[in-house]
Design a protein around this ligand. Structure first.
Ligand code: SF4
Length: 98
């Protein structure tokens, strides 16, 4: 990936945020609590791809910013993570081993 290409995801995020008029019109706490985007980000059952199938989605969830930057889907899978869901050797109580 060339340097300008590597910066494109960040440009896309800045463009999308700047185009959102509500961030200037509503308190940030209200946006965080009630916006469909932030509501979706707090719900691990709405994650897609590997993250949606992962036994660690409630304690990890992957990088939502990286998913959005690389695919345009903020609820998509974490694209740089190598873990394959279901391959953790202690499946019965994964949280006890983290
Ligand atoms: S980033 Fe990896 S460990 Fe985290 S939820 Fe996604 S697949 Fe699971």
């Amino acid at each position: 990936m060339t340097a300008p290409a590597a910066r494109e995801p960040l440009r896309r995020v800045r463009r999308d945020v700047a185009a959102s008029p509500f961030i200037r019109d509503r308190p940030l706490t209200e946006i965080y609590r009630s916006s469909p985007l932030f509501t979706a980000l707090r719900d691990p059952d709405r994650l897609g791809g590997r993250c949606g199938a992962c036994e660690f989605r409630t304690i990890c969830g992957g990088s939502r910013s990286r998913a959005y930057a690389c695919s345009g889907d903020v609820l998509g899978e974490e694209p740089w993570y190598a873990y394959e869901p279901g391959s953790f050797p202690y499946q019965k109580e994964p949280a006890a081993h983290v």
